[in-house]
Design a protein around this ligand. Structure first.
Ligand code: G6P
Ligand code: MG
Length: 221
């Protein structure tokens, strides 16, 4: 029986995925690393430092930068990202998310956030959504990022739930892999091909309702 819902943030709850992408693209341009749709997709759900490594790797530049250089580049991306957040309003909450969170609260489901972003508490506050979350996993305290299951296992544990009593919701392939490896039920939101490993797929957040999820669970049972 499902008792908890574990949300990714960027690209599921809000459009901050676009801001992350924009800020990384700016850095990639500066480094002379070609920006492609594949690279953009692969960066979703990946921690700040791992994202930088992925970009340097894509440009064949893994050896040219010291740790201090990397810290500086990651800090630069983050300050660009934070500048994007300044413009953020409630309009950046994706359609249907507030209603879905309300529905989950009304039915006493436990709700947690499993985002790789160190900025996620700030984003939830800005969107006025922090009140729905019983717990936010601190990504600074994890040893491995998505697609490793650690963050989703930690989320279940902090809700005092078994993984199989939890549903994880993600927009990124790395996130779906993490949910599946944690032994939780995965819901992918977005492109069906990108999210083909998800147990349940919806095209957009507005389709997220308990009724739709129950129907989907019956059809895969
Ligand atoms: C999420 C986003 C990624 C981002 C990562 C780290 O997983 O999907 O695009 O790189 O968080 O975010 P941070 O705000 O800590 O740099
Ligand atoms: Mg995401």
């Amino acid at each position: 029986k499902i008792k908890g819902f574990i949300f990714d943030l960027d690209g599921v709850i809000t459009l901050t995925s676009k801001y992350h992408s924009r800020a990384w693209r700016e850095l990639a341009d500066e480094l002379g690393v070609p920006w492609t749709a594949t690279l953009a997709e692969r960066l979703k759900g990946i921690s700040r430092m791992d994202s930088l490594e992925m970009i340097l790797d894509a440009g064949g530049k893994t050896n040219g930068y010291s740790d201090a250089d990397k810290e500086r580049l990651a800090a630069k991306k983050n300050s660009n990202y934070l500048a994007c957040l300044e413009q953020m309003t409630d309009a950046d909450i994706l359609p249907g998310i507030t209603d879905f969170l309300e529905e989950l609260m009304a039915h006493d489901y436990k709700i947690s956030l499993a985002s790789a972003s160190k900025n996620s508490p700030k984003v939830l506050e800005k969107l006025n959504l922090a009140k729905y979350f019983a717990n936010i996993v601190d990504p600074a305290k994890l040893s491995k990022g998505k697609p490793d299951p650690e963050i989703f296992l930690r989320a279940a544990e902090q809700l005092s739930l078994k993984p199989d009593a939890c549903i994880g919701i993600e927009d990124a392939s790395a996130g779906i892999q993490a949910i599946n490896a944690a032994g939780e039920l995965s819901i992918g939101i977005g492109d069906a091909e990108t999210l083909r490993e998800a147990a349940i797929h919806f095209t957009a957040t507005k389709e997220l309702t308990l009724a739709a999820i129950k129907r989907a669970m019956q059809s895969i049972a």
